[in-house]
Ligand binder design. Structure first.
Ligand code: GLN
Length: 191
């Protein structure tokens, strides 16, 4: 099983290491050629406007959207990646894949508490609470009927899935805990 890490911005190396620790091959994805052989894709956090623009220039937005539609391609979007997968975005909305039936509210935690860590109970992930790191994180404002919430923080959805798609507001690559990556790899395996 080969997992691609979109390598435009963000914690690319940390995601590669987490995927490898969880037992799969991981490669960096920058072009359509890189995308072709991967069984699943992780979109790291960063600045969604920049990432979306560069993805569009490479033709990656269309290619990923088509693979999701035609073959239920598994994609995990973290933070900016959640915004890029969202069907709708509150306010300034970047070029994006738009495949997941939810509304993303960018920077919804405001400037004062822009970054924080919180222990989260995640549906389907056993053991201790997951140490979730939030950095200028989006909130999920609304979900369609096919979207299943997996974790909440202060009453807001911060992790969810829809078929082969997975999103989280937080960065699971910033701690040594690989359980969220394992969860995504299980989805790719099932697919
Ligand atoms: N605030 C960023 C955005 O709107 C996302 C932040 C992140 O990915 N850590 O794109």
């Amino acid at each position: 099983m080969r997992i691609g890490i979109l390598a435009i911005q963000g914690d690319v190396r940390e995601h590669l290491q987490h995927v490898q620790k969880a037992g799969a091959e991981a490669i960096e994805v920058r072009t359509l050629g890189d995308l072709a052989p991967v069984d699943g894709l992780i979109i790291p956090g960063g600045e969604s406007t920049t990432i979306g623009m560069l993805m569009e220039e490479e033709g990656l937005i269309d290619a990923i959207r088509t693979r999701i539609r035609d073959e239920q391609f598994p994609v995990y979007g973290t933070c900016a990646g959640l915004i890029l997968l969202a069907k709708e975005v509150v306010g300034k909305s970047p070029a994006r894949i738009g495949a997941m039936d939810l509304i993303a509210d960018r920077n919804a935690y405001g400037r004062q508490v822009a970054s924080f860590e919180a222990p989260l109970q995640i549906d389907g992930i056993g053991g201790d609470p997951f140490p979730a790191v939030f950095i200028r994180a989006p909130q999920v404002k609304n979900i369609g009927p096919q979207v299943k919430p997996l974790a909440y923080y202060q009453g807001q959805i911060v992790m969810a899935e829809q078929g082969s798609l997975l999103v989280s507001s937080f960065h699971p690559e910033m701690t040594n805990d690989i359980r969220v990556h394992q969860y995504f790899l299980d989805k790719v395996r099932q697919h």
